[in-house]
Design a protein around this ligand. Structure first.
Ligand code: COA
Length: 170
């Protein structure tokens, strides 16, 4: 399997992860997001060049106002007192999906490890401390298994929860 960076010339192939929004983003929006510098998309292909999974990345931050008091106290403890800010830099995993054909085989976790690793290897240009994701409620166990924590346990948005991963845990 190989990870391919999505460019304008990428020949899109069918993809179904079981979620219409995530399918639609890849098929209809991902190239435009790249062109407009809103998010960059990466595609995991199998040996026959079928799309196994994809993810999108963009810059982000975690903010005090998005966290519960208890969680923000934990976040602040990661930094010396004189570096207690109201927000910290992050990279957001804007989209993350594994094809139904490959679901539940450990590919999502393996891909998440590769994302973390490649961000460590290529992350010296601009600092970020956290990964963030707006996790579907059904996917929270997946992210928890991959080291993400909830910033706020009762986000107003009913479909997703904001989660974060501390890159210093690697
Ligand atoms: C959530 C998703 C990315 C997980 O990818 P995956 O390759 O199936 O995950 P893994 O095989 O590495 O499984 C790791 C853990 O994820 C969870 N998980 C697995 N399949 C899942 C599913 N369909 N839905 C939610 N969680 C799931 C389980 O807790 C699993 O742990 P276990 O192996 O101990 O049971 C994938 O199921 C998917 O793309 N679902 C549809 C789109 C989606 O929800 N994307 C996340 C948007 S925030």
């Amino acid at each position: 399997m190989v990870i391919v960076y999505l460019t304008e010339s990428y020949e899109m192939k069918p993809f179904d992860c079981g979620d219409a929004d995530l399918n639609g983003f890849l098929l209809n929006d991902a190239k435009l997001y790249a062109e407009k510098k809103l998010a960059y998309t990466y595609i995991l292909e199998d040996d026959d060049r079928n799309i196994v999974a994809y993810y999108s990345l963009l810059n982000d931050k975690i903010s005090k106002r998005d966290a519960s008091n208890a969680t923000w106290r934990k976040v602040k403890k990661l930094f010396p007192h004189r570096k207690h800010f109201n927000s910290y830099p992050a990279i957001k995993i804007g989209r993350f999906a594994v094809s139904k054909a490959y679901n539940g085989q450990g590919i999502g976790s393996e891909l998440m490890n590769q994302i973390k690793q490649s961000l460590v290897e290529n992350g010296n240009y601009s600092a970020f401390r956290f990964l963030t994701v707006d996790a579907y409620l059904t996917a929270i166990p997946f992210y928890e298994k991959n080291g993400f924590k909830l910033l706020l346990s009762d986000d107003a948005n009913e479909h997703t929860r904001l989660m974060y991963f501390d890159m210093m845990e690697l």
